[in-house]
Design a protein around this ligand. Structure first.
Ligand SMILES: [Zn+2]
Length: 265
């Protein structure tokens, strides 16, 4: 869910700040001058490819309303640092959904030889962020070929299915990445189609594609980027897929297939 900014956050009491710099943590093993992959992996389909994955939101965002409501650059305008995200009607949080899919995507991509970088490597009630500008800038920071941002939507319960969002071309922010980002969005859609995941019944008029100019994660990117709303968390059918491991594996395979289609590898 990306449309509602910081609404739920203000409803929560704020505990002491324990942790959470709002910055993505990059382990030493990810350093850009790290040793090259062993020779045996050089023949893998994605060897040598750096890929950024953004598991949207952080589980603890609702505990840090002041931090996540702080305005940050979002591409020619300001937006709140981050939002709380949504949840299923049963209370399964979007942050957890996004994180678990991201870990599955990471494992599969690494098995294919890619180097994978996550904007957040923990899912914790005691953490917040990173902010949308940091997420957006992350792909270029880790020299990734592309970034996929993972989300679950929070729409009216009758709506179901996935949609993919790409940034609108806006000079000077996204003119350089708008075209390849749209290609990435179409490739991800093809990946989801191939896995039999239904297209959105409420966004995109059957195309499952949406071009938006209001999302900092997309506007601030300097590498091709697309955001996937894997489904509507308020819809019972989508929620069932999201809350089962087999369902999340299906989402992850769809994302990986989309990335491979985009890279033609
Ligand atoms: Zn979201």
């Amino acid at each position: 869910m990306v449309a509602i900014a910081g609404l739920m956050a203000s409803m929560s009491a704020m505990p002491p700040v324990v942790d959470g710099s709002g910055r993505a943590v990059v382990p030493a093993s990810w350093a850009l001058d790290a040793a090259v992959s062993p020779p045996s992996s050089s023949s893998l389909p994605l060897s040598g490819v750096r890929i950024a994955i953004d598991p949207g939101h952080q589980l603890g965002n609702h505990n840090f309303p002041r931090e996540i409501n702080k305005p940050v650059p979002a591409g020619g305008f300001s937006k709140p640092c981050n939002t709380t995200g949504t949840s299923t009607n049963g209370g399964y949080p979007e942050a957890t959904l996004n994180f678990r899919i991201a870990r599955l995507v990471e494992a599969r991509l690494e098995a294919l030889g890619a180097q994978v970088y996550l904007t957040r490597t923990r899912n914790s009630e005691s953490l917040w962020g990173p902010c949308v500008n940091v997420r957006g800038e992350f792909g270029a920071k880790v020299h990734a070929r592309l970034m996929v941002s993972l989300h679950g939507d929070g729409a009216v319960s009758s709506g179901r299915g996935f949609h993919v969002i790409a940034p609108k071309a806006r000079d000077p922010w996204t003119t350089d990445i708008a075209r390849p980002s749209r290609r990435l969005a179409r490739a991800l859609r093809a990946g989801f189609d191939a896995r039999g995941i239904p297209r959105s019944s409420y966004v995109g008029g059957g195309t499952a594609l949406s071009i938006r100019s209001d999302l900092g994660t997309l506007n601030m990117s300097d590498v091709p980027v697309a955001m996937v709303e894997v489904g509507n968390m308020r819809n019972a059918s989508d929620a069932h897929r999201m809350t089962t491991r087999t369902g999340r594996i299906r989402y992850a395979r769809a994302v990986v297939r989309g990335i491979r289609l985009y890279l033609a590898r």
